[in-house]
Design a protein. Structure first.
Length: 130
């Protein structure tokens, strides 16, 4: 099986759920006042599309694609630009994993571990720019 194949299939199931991205942002925004403050002036429709692509890039990097897009995310999220502190990524991962479990009927503890590995590896690239 290809690297991150189970994660890719899981993400496909979640993207097929019409409320997946709304539920993620509802959970993420509720996780911290600091998170809410980062999204005060955000066009959430556009943000959901960015999230869709961002998660896909994390999965694709785990499957062997170059880290170019993740490095670009790192540059835009760095201290001098969007100032997304490293601690916010922990909240993001926790909220994403909870939302994946909610929307993927085939979610298991083993799949959660696979997702965690994919997310942590890609986020390490992004976080390194902070």
């Amino acid at each position: 099986m290809l690297p991150a194949q189970n994660v890719m299939l899981s993400y496909g199931r979640c993207c097929a759920s019409p409320d997946f991205f709304d539920d993620f942002y509802q959970r993420f925004l509720a996780s911290s006042p600091r998170v809410r403050e980062k999204f005060v002036h955000t066009d959430m429709a556009a943000q959901k599309l960015l999230l869709r692509h961002g998660i896909m890039n994390l999965v694709l990097v785990a499957r062997g694609m170059p880290t170019t897009k993740l490095r670009q995310l790192g540059e835009s999220h760095c201290r001098a630009r969007l100032d997304i502190g490293p601690e916010l990524y922990e909240l993001w991962v926790d909220c994403l994993l909870a939302t994946l479990a909610q929307h993927d009927a085939d979610f298991t503890p083993a799949l959660r571990q696979e997702w965690q590995g994919v997310l942590e590896a890609g986020i390490a690239v992004i976080r390194s720019y902070y």
